[in-house]
Every structure is written in structure tokens, then in C-alpha cells.
Design a protein around this ligand. Structure first.
Ligand SMILES: [Cu+2]
Length: 181
């Protein structure tokens, strides 16, 4: 069961990052909605920049959103075309005068068990938890990979965002909905 979870999380991230993941395709049976909720539930990732304009170190320690059952801070490392990601248990440091950049194939906020489809052009909210700046709610734009859509917000010493996410289906084995224009 644990191994199955790893495979689905890994394939979800690979899809988000544009990496081929067909080797992990579980087959047509897994596409049946409502059969095995755990394995069928999708994942996503939130990307954003966080700049610290002040003189005090801050740290992103966690996040929550209605769009997923859990949000994890992840780092990612690509070696030989294979991406591996790992939790960042102590949070993401934002030193004074510096920035943290969460971007595809790098650090990200992992959305575990999506509660809804993330559809192109839609927005959803995430609450970011900072050691110094406290809880900050920002909008996340579902984008086809165009960071800069949406707006950034200034809170305390931090400039946060714009935050964005790639489209992702709530069901892990479903095909993302086509863009509507
Ligand atoms: Cu991840």
C-alpha cells in the first residue's frame, strides 16, 4: 500500500512537470471513479516566489487549502531525467534581502489528495504559514505554466507571489480537462 502511494504521488508530480510517466500508468480499471478513493485521488503543486524585504529571517513552515486534503513542502532534484522529491521538514528559509523560489522541478507546495479539479484559468486560495509574517492567504491561478499571472501581495516584510499551479484532475488517472477559450 505504501509503495502504491509513492508511485501515484511520483506520477502526479511527473505529469505536472511535463515528465513522461506512462510507465506508471495503472491501466484502464483505475479510471473508474469512486472505486479506490486513495489511489484515484490526484495531486498538484503550487509555485510562487517569496521575497524578504526586511532585516529579519522568516520561514515558510506550512500551508493549507480547501483544494487538497494536505499540503506538503517539497524539494525536488532531477538526476538523469528522473525527478525525485522529498519533504522539507524544517520549512523553507527566506533570509533577509533574499528570495525563495518555488518552481517546476524545484521546491513546491505539494497538494496531496485534491478535493476538486484544478482547471485552467480558475483560482483557489492557499493559506501560507510563516514564522514571522503569520498566516497569509493568497490566490493561486491555475495556469499552463506562465508564472506571473495573478498578483503578488506585500505582508509585513514579505512580497509573496504571484502563486500559480498547473491544471490537475481530482482523479489521479483522469485526463485534465481541455482549456476553454
Ligand atoms: Cu512534491
Amino acid at each position: 500500500m505504501f509503495l502504491t502511494l509513492l508511485v501515484f504521488i511520483a506520477s502526479g508530480l511527473a505529469a505536472g512537470a511535463g515528465v513522461t510517466h506512462d510507465d506508471h500508468h495503472p491501466g484502464p480499471a483505475a479510471a473508474t471513479p469512486g472505486s479506490t478513493p486513495f489511489a484515484n485521488t490526484g495531486t498538484g503543486a503550487i509555485y510562487l516566489g517569496i521575497a524578504n524585504r526586511g532585516n529579519t529571517p522568516d520561514r515558510l513552515t506550512g500551508a493549507t487549502t480547501d483544494a487538497a486534503q494536505a499540503v506538503e513542502l517539497h524539494g525536488a532534484d532531477v538526476t538523469g531525467g528522473v525527478m525525485r522529491m522529498s519533504p522539507i521538514p524544517d520549512g523553507i528559509d527566506i533570509p533577509p534581502g533574499a528570495s525563495a523560489t518555488l518552481e517546476p522541478q524545484g521546491m513546491h507546495l505539494m497538494l496531496v489528495n485534491l478535493t476538486r479539479d484544478l482547471r485552467l484559468g480558475e483560482t483557489f486560495e492557499v493559506i501560507l504559514e510563516f514564522e514571522q509574517a503569520g498566516d497569509v492567504t493568497v490566490g493561486v491561478t491555475v495556469s499552463a505554466g506562465q508564472p506571473g499571472e495573478g498578483t503578488s501581495v506585500d505582508v509585513a516584510d514579505l512580497t509573496i507571489g504571484p502563486a500559480w499551479s498547473l491544471p490537475a484532475p481530482r482523479l489521479g488517472d483522469a485526463t485534465p480537462a481541455a482549456a476553454h477559450h
